[in-house]
Design a protein around this ligand. Structure first.
Ligand code: SF4
Length: 381
């Protein structure tokens, strides 16, 4: 049979959102009425056109966005069933231990009915977009939920059988906002998640926030605030039993994201949907970003490819260094690099044991300069 075997990890970009959040520059399609049928048909068409063959050892499927939960209970169920059939193999059943299926969900989309359909379809991990529990902050962000909706959503997801629950929070907000980061962390922990992903706010041009910043009505958080909130989160969550296993990610033991871990170890992954990236071990490719153009290409039986780049030795060296430093597994250090990393260890920013450099959170705050120095050394040797 011709075609390419699906890699062990598959990502599907579901671009739909009810409105654009004030800070968001992701590739999204704002829709009041989500074209569920057309989207699922286009994803299935993309798989066929690209000749992707089932892989019975597929390990993860991740529906990200955008807002995948905008597909509803039945939409997610149909998409997941289609992906299982096309990427794993028709009629093959997979246990939750064998296949991690994650969906990103916004609290306002959660209902008992939808949760039931997601779990029945095989979804076993949910990443819930919380960002904050503070009503003023959520309103400023243009989010469509409040703290009560988050609590209700967590209850319904648990009741339906979702044991792996990750919460997203944003820190380092502008100083104009009355945000109590300590309280937000405490409220998140009260919900007993198994995983948390924390992102520092970045102000992107062409977003409402970028325009507010340019007008001077808000300012970016000073570096000290970014650092102090990041380090506070590390202390609080590690004390609560979480492993800080990647720059932005915390998981209880055995609850790390298998899907995201694949990105950090440089293994191949499949990307489907508008703007999705994929990697076959040698070439990175990315799809057309605009929803309508991607959907039209897929519907017409064309590969919705927008661009690709071969990952040569120098790029893969730079990526291996950068990704290795990002994780708690660390990076194997070569003999000629020991002098460079010694000053980091002396300053308490990392540890060197068994030949591996593992950065501490203080080191992760300064990761880029070390990654550049080590990449430069490796490119010369
Ligand atoms: S829900 Fe997520 S993807 Fe959609 S606009 Fe907000 S931040 Fe962007």
């Amino acid at each position: 049979m011709s075609g390419i075997l699906a890699p062990a990890h598959g990502y599907v970009h579901v671009p739909f959102c009810g409105r654009r959040c004030s800070y968001c520059d992701f590739s999204i399609a704002v829709r009041k009425d989500v074209p569920v049928r057309a989207f699922i048909d286009a994803i299935m068409a993309e798989i066929v056109t690209r000749g992707i063959q089932p892989n019975p050892t597929l390990r993860t499927i991740y529906l990200g966005g955008g807002t995948p939960s905008k597909l509803g209970g039945a939409g997610i169920a149909e998409l997941v069933a289609g992906l299982q059939s096309s990427l794993v193999g028709p009629g093959l059943s997979t246990s939750p231990q064998a296949l991690e299926i994650t969906i990103e969900v916004n609290p306002e989309d959660v209902s008992e009915g939808a949760c039931g359909e997601w779990v029945a379809a095989g979804v076993n991990r949910v990443s819930l977009g919380v960002q904050s529990f503070d009503p003023a902050v959520l309103q400023w962000m243009h989010r469509g939920h409040d703290a009560a909706m988050v609590e209700a959503a967590v209850g319904m997801l648990r009741q339906a059988g979702i044991a792996d629950l990750s919460l997203d929070l944003i820190f380092a907000l502008p100083p104009e906002l009355p945000r109590d980061w300590t309280r937000d962390l405490a409220q998140a922990l009260e919900l007993e998640p198994t995983h948390l992903s924390l992102y520092g706010l970045t102000v992107e041009p062409h977003t409402p926030l970028g325009r507010w910043r340019d007008r001077g009505t808000v300012h970016e958080a000073p570096e000290e605030r970014y650092e102090s909130e990041y380090l506070e989160a590390h202390r609080t969550l590690v004390q609560a039993g979480f492993e800080h296993y990647e720059v932005s990610n915390f998981g209880l033991p055995g609850r790390h994201s298998r899907h995201n871990s694949s990105y950090w170890t440089g293994v191949p992954y499949l990307g489907l949907g508008p703007s999705a990236h994929g990697f076959d071990g040698h070439v990175r490719r990315w799809n057309i970003g605009a929803y309508a153009a991607w959907e039209a290409a897929a519907r017409e039986g064309k590969d919705p490819l927008d661009g690709s780049e071969a990952i040569g030795t120098s790029e893969s060296t730079a990526e291996a260094v950068y990704l290795g430093l990002r994780t708690s597994d660390g990076l194997v250090i070569q003999q000629n690099e020991v002098k460079t990393v010694t000053s980091w260890i002396e300053q308490g920013w990392g540890t060197l044991s068994d030949g591996r450099l593992r950065l501490r959170p203080e080191g992760w705050l300064r990761l880029d300069s070390l990654a550049a120095a080590l990449t430069s050394l490796r490119s010369r040797s």
